[in-house]
Design a binder for this molecule. Sequence first.
Ligand code: SF4
Length: 69
Amino acid sequence: MSEKIYETDELRISWKPKLCQHAAECVKGAPAVFDVGRKPWIQPENGTTDLITKVIDKCPSGALSYTRK
Ligand code: SF4
């Protein structure tokens, strides 16, 4: 599995597990959206587009990225 896609009406979120360094910026920044104890671990419907894009911008590894629709 090289990439997982999570979509909302406004965003297309990509997560590349091989790049993830588990720095947890995402989990700390938006715990309702990013929760590794849950499946699926990313639930973008639990956060606003603004919050999600801000948190993804902090991902140090590039594992998380997004495009706006
Ligand atoms: S912020 Fe990026 S590197 Fe850190 S746990 Fe989240 S996806 Fe992985």
